[in-house]
Design a binder for this molecule. Structure first.
Ligand code: B12
Ligand code: SF4
Length: 469
């Protein structure tokens, strides 16, 4: 009888309960007859470190997915503890931060191998090597320690998702995620990469403006099976740009309708894609359950829109917003502020656009994030010395919690934090108790008066939980 080798995967602590799709992708592509896959998610374990150390007993390797910011810090702590307790376990990191900084990951002694880019095939090859008692070297898309130096393998070409096994949701306690999310919402990914070139985004750097997807037929039957099995009521597509090909989107809607699947769904839409989407596809989307789109607007300034290579326009944003209103689709319009050379007038244009969108519909949200200089782009280069250098610095570099880059003055930061607070309450439907706060917030936003933010002080004292915007 074959020995089943244990492989442990760790998802660090983070603010939301999105399902760990990266770990599901790599874990589902190991031969389950030969490998026992255990996923430990810090977001659902009461004592993640103890659970990880217990799971790693007898395991041949420990894989961690790492996002920049606090998840990176948590991941490093756990990697160190695992390596200390089990010096022979092979530790592997992958995901967005290692894809941006593969070689730098090996500055950390507790990390043996870093995988960059799409991970399914590289991870399977590494695990195969380890289980055969071999040292995983020369595997494309990975970085490892050679004789006295760190060696980077050749990059892998992005592969169609049809080349891999679909995510096996039995690897995670799906019901527990539903409970924590407060709704029966399943996360899913139908494509990887993005064809666009936005200068602030990690995607063009990591996937070279390539985009690959799963076929609609396979997606239809997977979602059908998952819906019957888990009875989710909402499907959250986590693709970078779900509406990349409008005819594919239409085919997926037809699949859902043909199979009689009843749920709502949400996906990412660029403003220019919203404009190009014919009304009949908007209607089809709504008929098949579209409830919300996520549109990365980023800025309300024409010059910044060009500078960040967004390749869309503010008119397109407003037109897409009008379409959302026309077809009764909710929208999250997300913004980025604190670009290195953003002028005060440009910042005001952004805040103005946010107010315009909020006033268009109560079902429009406008979260605001601070710009972070991810490498590989002209924008990041312009930040120069201010960019974080070590892994520890990157672990402290987090959008969540509201940190801005050092080039954002404290006056601008204060103004933005106050604007974000009042903007959040000014337009939200809220309960009766919060109506005075809503009125005062609306008054402050309409008149641009943010001095003496007593309400902000009181609310943050009462509800100190981290928020995204
Ligand atoms: C869901 C999500 C989250 C979830 C994370 C869920 C989780 N697992 O904990 C939450 C909400 C917590 C989150 C937070 C943030 N996110 Co986010 N998020 C996403 C999103 C939309 C989907 C991630 C996903 O599941 N992808 C699908 C899976 C299949 O892909 P994957 O994770 O990349 O995994 C593949 C490879 O990376 C690799 N791989 C991944 N892990 C591992 C591990 C090993 C061992 C190996 C070998 C390989 C491997 O193999 C996988 C299969 O090919 C992505 C965009 C995207 N489409 O990827 C943005 C994205 C990852 N997020 C991003 C950002 C900017 C953020 C925030 C900073 C922003 C914010 N608004 O707060 C924060 C940072 C985290 C924090 N400080 O808490 C950026 C990248 C940031 C970065 N450099 O790390 C992305 C790419 C969006 C973008 N284009 O800007 N995010
Ligand atoms: S911001 Fe969105 S559209 Fe632009 S490159 Fe990144 S994923 Fe693509």
């Amino acid at each position: 009888m074959l020995t089943r080798h244990k492989v442990v995967l760790y998802n660090p602590a983070a603010v939301f309960h999105t399902m760990p799709l990266g770990l599901l992708a790599i874990g589902s592509n190991l031969d389950r007859n030969r490998f026992e896959v255990r996923i430990v998610d810090a977001r659902i374990e009461p004592d993640p470190l103890a659970a990880t150390l217990a799971a790693c007993e007898g395991a041949i390797c420990f894989g961690v997915t790492l996002l920049t910011g606090r998840p990176l810090g948590d991941g490093l702590n756990v990697l160190r503890a695992v390596k200390k307790t089990y010096p022979d376990i092979v530790t592997i990191v992958g995901g967005w931060h290692p894809s941006l900084f593969p070689a730098e990951m090996l500055d950390e002694a507790s990390i043996d191998i870093a995988v960059f880019g799409q991970g399914e095939r590289g991870f399977a090859e590494i695990v195969e090597c380890i289980s055969g008692g071999n040292s995983p070297e020369d595997i494309p898309g990975t970085v490892w320690r050679g004789e006295g130096s760190v060696i980077k393998g050749t990059p892998r070409r992005l592969e169609s998702l049809d080349a891999f096994a679909p995510p096996d949701f039995d690897l995670i306690p799906v019901e527990r995620y539903f409970e924590l999310k407060g709704r029966r919402q399943l996360d899913y990914i139908t494509s990887i990469g993005c064809n666009f070139r936005c200068a602030f985004c990690a995607d063009p750097f990591v996937y070279g403006r390539d985009w690959k997807s799963v076929s609609t037929e396979r997606l239809g039957s997977e979602i059908d099976m998952l819906w019957r099995r888990h009875r989710f009521t909402d499907l959250n597509f986590q693709d970078e740009t779900y509406f990349t090909h409008r005819h594919r989107v239409a085919d997926i809607c037809e699949e859902f309708l043909r199979r009689g699947l009843v749920f709502t769904w949400a996906g990412t839409l660029r403003a220019d894609q919203g404009v190009r989407l014919p009304d009949k596809i908007w209607k089809l989307c709504v008929r098949s359950g579209l409830r919300r789109v996520l549109v990365g607007v980023e800025t309300g300034s024409h010059r910044m829109m060009k500078r960040i290579l967004k390749d869309t326009t503010i008119d397109a944003v407003l037109e897409t917003a009008a379409k959302c209103r026309q077809f009764n689709v909710a929208a999250i319009f997300s913004f980025i502020v604190g670009f290195p050379d953003e002028t005060p007038d440009e910042l005001e244009s952004t805040l103005g656009l946010i107010k315009t969108l909020r006033a268009m519909s109560p079902s429009f949200e406008t979260p605001v994030f601070y710009y972070k200089p991810y490498p590989g782009s002209a924008l990041a280069a312009s930040v120069g010395e201010a960019a974080p250098k070590t892994l520890e610095d990157w672990a402290m570099f987090d959008y969540v919690g509201g940190a801005a880059g050092s080039w954002v003055s404290s006056a601008v930061y204060r103004r933005l934090e106050r604007f974000k607070f009042y903007n959040r309450y000014a337009f939200s439907p809220g309960r009766r108790l919060s109506q005075p706060l809503r009125r005062i917030s609306r008054w402050r936003i309409d008149n641009d008066i943010y001095a003496m933010p007593v309400e902000k002080f009181v609310v943050e004292r009462l509800h100190p939980s981290p928020a995204l915007s």
